[in-house]
Design a protein around this ligand. Structure first.
Ligand code: HEM
Ligand code: NAG
Ligand code: NAG
Length: 322
């Protein structure tokens, strides 16, 4: 036992001196410390998606909402405490984000599969998002690992930082810029809306009041599931194949069938840069899959906690010791 610990101490010291990027994320972070971590996450994600395909969408979204609020630090997973109100009940999340039980299941399984509590909740979110994309037909990308978990969360920060579906293109662009992401990243990451569903309350205004860039038959068919008032929680798919990681989302935008106002803002038919990008992806699944993976890695690099910052939570819902 002592020898093993000495080996790891020695290994860590060597790494600290030899790797210039020590402290940053790396794809092989768990290879030595827990080789079972990634296969364990993948198995549970696949099981959850087999039970309910939408869970893949929900897990992808959880990683996005985590990263856009003080970085990818697992803060979205924290339950409220007497000292802070967390992110779960913030406007963009309340009655909307889901998948917490699957994350709990994964955390319990990796704690079992590894020696001790070594896999962060923030990393679990990043890996579960990737595994969901792959399970639903996207291509694989190497998730960078080594994030640590936040010891606090903020409802106000979630309200301030997650973009709203009512935003126009300039505000979507500046929101993404505030997270270090460009216009290309906005268009490609919005492609995640090839998966999953939205509630009537979110898209009502779009199907009754958005006169530009909306297909008439599309609006009429949605009005049948989403009345002008009431039935707020009725769901409609974000594209026509919500359990398939394909380019139907972009094809829908070109045809005026974006479900959210913010989606259709990416294609307004004015030949702008975002129009061109949407057209390109609508016709090129390989470009979509490759660029999506690269952009997810970039999003996953938003302000991670590394080194001695934060902690590895034993339970994703609570700060250690609470
Ligand atoms: C560009 C700005 C974005 C806006 C305004 C936005 C907004 C929304 C809204 C309003 C919903 C439906 C929520 C509900 O009805 O409760 C939704 C769903 C979803 N969003 Fe986004 N989103 C954006 C970008 C992203 C990004 C970057 C990702 C991931 C990389 C993402 C992934 C998803 C997924 C997968 C769903 C479906 C979730 C499910 O079915 O459980 N979104 N989004
Ligand atoms: C979240 O949703 C619940 C159930 O609809 C509601 O009672 C609560 O007031 C909401 N919380 C916030 C902070 O808006
Ligand atoms: C449409 O817009 C009008 C004017 O802003 C508003 O009063 C009405 O409630 C909206 N209708 C729906 C169904 O969103």
């Amino acid at each position: 036992m002592a020898t093993i610990q000495m080996f790891f101490t020695y290994f860590t010291l060597i790494s600290a001196f030899m790797l210039p990027a020590f402290g940053d994320l790396s794809p092989d972070f768990y290879d030595e410390v827990c080789p079972e971590a990634l296969p364990t996450i993948k198995l549970i994600v696949e099981q959850a998606i087999a039970l309910e395909p939408r869970m893949g969408a929900s897990l992808v979204r959880l990683h996005f909402h985590d990263c856009f609020v003080n970085g990818c630090d697992g803060s979205i997973l924290l339950d409220d405490t007497p000292t802070f109100t967390g992110e779960k009940t913030a406007g963009p999340n309340n009655n909307s984000v889901r998948g917490f039980d699957v994350i709990d299941q994964i955390k319990a399984a990796v704690n079992e599969a590894c020696v001790g509590n070594v896999v962060s909740c923030a990393d679990i979110l990043a890996v579960a998002a990737r595994d969901s994309v792959v399970a639903l037909g996207g291509s694989c990308y190497n998730v960078l690992l080594g994030r640590r978990d936040a010891i606090t969360a903020s409802m106000d920060a979630a309200n301030a930082n997650i973009p709203a579906p009512t935003l126009d293109l300039p505000d979507l662009i500046s929101n993404f810029e505030s997270h270090g992401l460009g216009v290309e990243d906005l268009v490609i990451l919005s492609g995640a809306h090839t998966l999953g569903f939205s509630r009537c309350v979110v898209f009502r205004n779009r199907i009754y009041n958005d006169t530009t860039c909306i297909d008439g038959d599309f609006a009429a068919s949605l009005q049948a599931v989403c009345p002008a008032s009431g039935e707020d929680n009725n769901l409609a798919p974000l594209d026509e194949s919500p359990a398939c990681f394909d380019t139907a989302y972009y094809q829908g935008l070109v045809g005026g069938r974006g479900l959210l106002h913010s989606d259709q803002q990416l294609f307004r038919g004015d030949g702008s840069l975002t129009d061109e990008l949407v057209s390109k992806y609508s016709e090129n699944p390989d470009a979509f899959w490759a660029d999506f993976g690269a952009a997810m890695i970039k999003m996953g690099n938003i302000s991670p906690l590394t080194g001695c910052d934060g902690e590895i939570r034993g339970n994703c819902r609570f700060v250690n010791g609470d």
